[in-house]
Design a protein. Structure first.
Length: 176
């Protein structure tokens, strides 16, 4: 069975080793999936994020990097927070930074012995990354990361809306 799976739904309901949060660099919560994860995890998640060391004033997770916390009241054991690029038309390193979000999150999960992980469509909401372009980056990156890797059992791409689901499925014909 292919380890990459596409599912529609609310990522906060996934009972996996880790779910990935589309955070911002301050890691203090927000709207979208960030807001949903913080609401579902409860206030201890914010405390855990505040405990993450700042690497610059009000920056706990630079764009393209990932940080891990417990999942607290979530069904997932851990939350991996990553910060996607704001879409600026593709000439400002956005594809590379988006790829780095997925690579960094998988690397952090691997370091913590986590074998099942779910990703939302990072940067495809508030940060404006066109879904079709993002999916092409995700597919190339996951294919590279999982090619010689037997560590992960399940990597789930969670699409929230119908349009997002159609775009992800179109980008992964073998999983649809
Ligand atoms: N489950 C799964 N996917 C979700 C959920 C959810 N509960 N809620 C939203 N999404 C989807 C959106 O539909 C979008 O496709 O997650 C994708 C990412 O959208 P955003 O959450 O807006 O994330 P992003 O575009 O990366 O912007 C990040 O928004 O919420 C703030 O603090 C966050 O500043 C950061 C910025």
């Amino acid at each position: 069975m292919n380890r990459i799976q596409i599912q529609q739904g609310d990522i906060t309901t996934f009972a996996l080793d880790a779910i990935v949060n589309a955070a911002n660099e301050a890691m203090l919560g927000g709207s979208g999936v960030d807001g949903a994860i913080h609401r579902a995890a409860g206030p201890r998640l914010l405390d855990a994020c505040l405990a993450v060391a700042e690497v610059a004033p009000n920056v706990r997770c630079p764009t393209g990097e990932a940080r891990i916390t417990a999942g607290f009241d979530l069904q997932a054991r851990f939350v991996i927070h990553t910060v996607g690029p704001v879409w600026q038309g593709s000439q400002h390193g956005e594809p590379e930074l988006l790829a780095s979000c997925y690579r960094s999150s998988l690397q952090l999960a691997r370091e913590h012995g986590l074998r099942t992980i779910a990703f939302p469509a990072i940067s495809c909401g508030t940060y404006g990354y066109p879904v079709e372009k993002a999916v092409a980056v995700v597919r190339k990156t996951l294919t590279q990361c999982l090619a010689d890797d037997a560590h992960f059992e399940r990597v789930v791409l969670v699409a929230f809306g119908d349009e997002s689901l159609a775009a992800v499925q179109a980008g992964f014909p073998s999983q649809s």
